[in-house]
Design a protein around this ligand. Structure first.
Ligand code: NAD
Length: 293
């Protein structure tokens, strides 16, 4: 059994990016510049955005944080997006979701220029991904694909079960792993809240990608020996022994699944750190105009 250490892999990739930025600086070429828009005071969003900005600084990118109160109107936010689309100095930007209730998330996502959509959420990038064309991959699936690749995990002909069909994780994962490529060439089943007899599906899976948001949902008796488990879930469970009163667990019951798995990602320290790294890689691609000229 091997534990896939996402934190360590993310550090290696950040070092590689840092070296690339140094090369760009020496050659007096464009230094990647990422902007992040944060609306309101949601503590989780705040901590995600801070970590993204910190990571930019760590690898030598330029970064801009635009913070607005949650009283901002949809119109005002659309104006900010328009300005960022036009600002030549900004290579890519993200608008941290979720947005306040009075703002339509999808309207904002649609307003972002696909060329600067380094989160890979715009339907143009999603469509390009579905057709195997150059695109910005959504950050979490991109991070998972990188983990599979760097750990040389066999995927061809394997039966892969994706749990959860969200636009940002489950759905894109099902598309990417069924692509004619490596990692890919899997036979994919996409399971969701209406799936019947889920255990029959988990028991025949060679690879499980769990992205449903239910703590410790997948247990050891639901998986077969040798399974590869990628746990995307980030769930808070009460824990009075911790100073903050909770701890983070995944969608997989690590203790009972780990002894049966050939590879497994922990939570925290698995998929999470890779998500930020993918955003940095997309921003590098944006600055080099690798996807769109
Ligand atoms: P979501 O919360 O939008 O949707 C959950 C999905 O799970 C739905 O498609 C639903 O059909 C499915 N589902 C719910 N109950 C189910 C059941 N009993 N059986 C099978 N399927 C069921 O999904 P999301 O936004 O992809 O988030 C999923 C989890 O991943 C959350 O814990 C989230 O915090 C985490 N997440 C982590 C990262 C990361 O960087 N590690 C990134 C994104 C999301």
């Amino acid at each position: 059994m091997a534990i896939i250490d996402g934190k360590a892999l993310a550090e290696i990739i950040k070092l590689e990016i840092r070296e690339e930025v140094l090369r760009l600086k020496e050659a007096k070429q464009n230094i990647p510049h990422l902007a992040a828009v944060l609306i309101g005071n949601n503590p989780a969003s705040e901590s995600y955005v801070k970590s993204k900005v910190r990571s930019c600084e760590h690898v030598g990118y330029e970064s801009t944080l635009i913070r607005k109160d949650d009283s901002i109107t949809e119109e005002e936010l659309l104006d900010i997006v328009k300005d960022l689309n036009e600002e030549e100095d900004i290579d890519g930007f993200i608008v941290q979701l979720p947005l306040p209730d009075h703002i339509d998330d999808s309207k904002i996502t649609l307003a972002i220029d696909p060329k600067k959509d380094v989160d890979g959420f715009h339907p143009v990038n999603f469509g390009r991904m579905a057709q195997g064309l150059p695109c910005y991959l959504p950050a979490t699936p991109f991070g998972i694909m990188t983990m599979l690749e760097r750990h040389k995990i066999e995927t061809e002909g394997k039966h892969c079960l994706v749990l959860g069909r969200s636009n940002i994780v489950g759905s894109p994962m099902s598309i990417l792993l069924s692509r004619k490529a490596y990692p890919g060439n899997c036979t994919v089943t996409l399971a969701h809240s209406r799936t019947k007899d889920l255990t029959a599906e988990t028991l025949r899976a060679d690879i499980i990608i769990a992205a449903i948001g239910i703590p410790n949902f997948v247990s050891g008796d639901m998986v077969k020996e040798g399974v590869v488990v990628i746990d995307v879930g980030i769930n808070r469970v009460e824990d009075s022994s911790k100073r903050r009163g909770y701890r983070l667990v995944g969608d997989v019951d690590y203790d009972s699944v780990m002894p049966k798995a050939s590879f497994i990602t922990p939570v925290p320290g698995g998929v999470g750190p890779m998500t930020v790294t993918s955003l940095l890689l997309n921003t590098l691609r944006a600055s080099k105009k690798e996807i769109y000229t």
